[in-house]
Design a protein around this ligand. Structure first.
Ligand code: DGP
Length: 114
């Protein structure tokens, strides 16, 4: 999608700190981190939200999930604990409409979230 911010990170038109990549996914540091580890995991293809990702090609949602866990392992937060959050829709605070999972960890996290 031509004017999607995260599509431009995939094509490297916009710089980002990429920490992990597979054939169909990429993970990069959030520009406004909320915790010591705050990485966004996305499919390289454009899917607006979790509903679109769930309806995508077989295995893509699975690959996004596996990439998120691989990032947590790589960041050293898999054992201490981390949160994987997909804000979906305006009431959940989704601001970028290319589906992304936030991998957040490295500090105690409050529950319930705000
Ligand atoms: P959400 O509110 O769930 O749609 O989260 C969008 C996240 O995207 C937010 O935490 C900030 C991050 N973000 C926005 N623009 C950029 C950018 O240009 N680069 C990077 N690395 N992250 C961005």
């Amino acid at each position: 999608m031509t004017d999607c911010l995260f599509c431009k990170i995939v094509t490297k038109e916009i710089p980002a700190t990429i920490v992990y990549e597979t054939d169909r996914t990429v993970a990069f540091r959030d520009v406004n981190p909320q915790a010591p580890t705050h990485v966004l995991v996305i499919p390289k293809g454009h899917y607006e939200n979790t509903a679109a990702l769930a309806a995508a090609d077989e295995g893509l949602a699975d690959e996004v999930l596996k990439t998120a866990h691989a990032v947590a392992v790589q960041e050293g937060v898999a054992d201490t604990g981390y949160r994987l959050v997909f804000n979906t829709g305006p009431q959940a605070g989704q601001t970028v409409f290319h589906v992304h999972g936030h991998v957040v960890g490295g500090r105690d996290l409050q529950w319930p979230p705000g």
